[in-house]
Design a protein around this ligand. Structure first.
Ligand SMILES: Cc1ncc(COP(=O)(O)O)c(C=O)c1O
Length: 373
């Protein structure tokens, strides 16, 4: 049996007719940029996240960069984040001229270690970007406590965490809704994925939302009046219309991911691998199902030889990437993030993945460890 790392056609089959109807409606109204399809999606996504406003963007990368700008982060500031993320988190900091400052991660979840944040704060720190990695929500409460005496904004990178929840004062709240802004990617493989590039920022602040709308559209509030310097980072209507259709299935798809994750957890128990163990106050949405193994490379090769697709998120932490050599980091600076880069392996995980496929993947991993104890 071959098991793909991801197969989008299985969830697509469930929404095909409605998605094409939505695209047809956009085309027949020639409402390609702005208009009701965008507004409807923004309103529904904001509600779904439990945030006041959502502003569609052309990608998750734009979402983070413009979220920082709209929260007042500027060139010369320092922004704290983690080294084990997709490079976009860090690009969004450095491209406008701010400096990325890394802190190491918690061994249990791979998320930002809030206890280390206080030590990284300086007079220049204006923002912290926790990344809800793989769909496991970080505790924004813990993080906020670490910076509470400073005027530092929290901008959540929720690009992998649509619908992930944290228990706050007895209430489950969704990723993205607690910081000054929460940033989402709708890259096609994400839990909520467009038919191309797309993203959004959610925020509780009308002022931030208005600034975001201007920044994504050449700095204009009123046509041809460019109050600030902006660019074109708009979400187009076809993507918005497709996202509205898919939003109806997101809860169900996240539920499927949780069931599959539980099955992996049960079937991999007792093997020399570390499987995800989200804290009790976190509801993971398993954008990725990631295990840790000291034999990661050999295991990956073995699974590939048996027709099982896997991937590594991410093989090199950002502080060791050539693009950030000017930060002058070296191996050993963030030992936990470096260990994760050496040991993480993402297994097949997507809505429509079948139980027997998960059993086959887990059985093949068990077989590998019979020879590699
Ligand atoms: C953690 C994280 N941040 C940012 C991004 C950037 O999103 P996009 O690819 O939509 O620009 C991604 C997407 O892969 C991501 O996983």
């Amino acid at each position: 049996m071959k098991v793909p790392f991801v197969d989008l056609s299985r969830s697509f089959a469930q929404i095909e007719e409605r998605a094409f109807d939505a695209i047809r409606a956009v085309v027949s109204e020639s409402s390609f940029v702005g208009g009701r399809f965008l507004e409807e999606f923004e309103q529904r996504f904001a509600e779904w996240c439990g945030a006041g406003f959502a502003v569609g963007m052309s990608s998750g990368t734009s979402a983070i960069r413009l979220a920082l700008a709209s929260c007042g982060v500027k060139a010369g500031d320092e922004v704290i984040t983690v080294p084990n993320t997709f490079i976009a988190t860090v690009e969004a900091i450095s491209q406008p001229g701010a400096k990325p400052v890394f802190v190491d991660i918690e061994p249990l979840t791979g998320n930002m270690n809030a206890e280390l944040v206080g030590e990284a704060v300086t007079e220049k720190t204006s923002a912290v970007i926790p990344v809800h990695l793989y769909g496991c929500p970080c505790s924004i409460e813990k993080l906020s406590a670490a910076i509470s005496d400073r005027p530092i904004v929290v901008v959540e990178d929720a690009c992998q965490a649509h619908g992930a929840e944290s228990l706050v004062d007895g209430r489950w709240v969704r990723a993205g809704s607690q910081g000054a802004a929460g940033c989402f990617s709708f890259y096609p493989t994400k839990n909520l994925g467009a038919f191309g590039e797309a993203g959004a920022v959610v925020t509780g602040s009308e002022v931030v939302a208005e600034k975001l709308r201007m920044l994504r559209d050449h700095g204009q509030r009123d046509k041809n009046v460019h109050e600030i310097e902006g660019s074109n980072e708009r979400l187009d209507s076809i993507q918005a219309a497709v996202l509205s259709v898919k939003l109806d299935s997101l809860e169900q798809w996240n539920g499927q991911r949780r069931v599959l994750a539980r099955t992996y957890g049960e079937l991999l128990a007792g093997l020399p691998v570390k499987t995800p163990k989200p804290p009790d106050d976190a509801r993971h949405v398993y954008h990725l199902y990631v295990l840790l193994s000291e034999k990661r490379d050999a295991l990956m090769k073995f699974l590939s030889s048996r027709g099982i697709g896997t991937a590594i998120h991410y093989p090199s932490p950002i502080h060791l990437q050539p693009a950030y050599s000017q930060l002058a980091h070296k191996e050993g600076d963030f030992p936990e993030a470096e260990k994760w880069a050496r040991e993480v392996l993402s297994l097949p995980m997507f809505p429509g993945l079948r139980r027997e496929e998960v059993e086959h993947v887990a059985g093949t991993i068990r077989e590998f460890f019979q020879d590699h104890r």
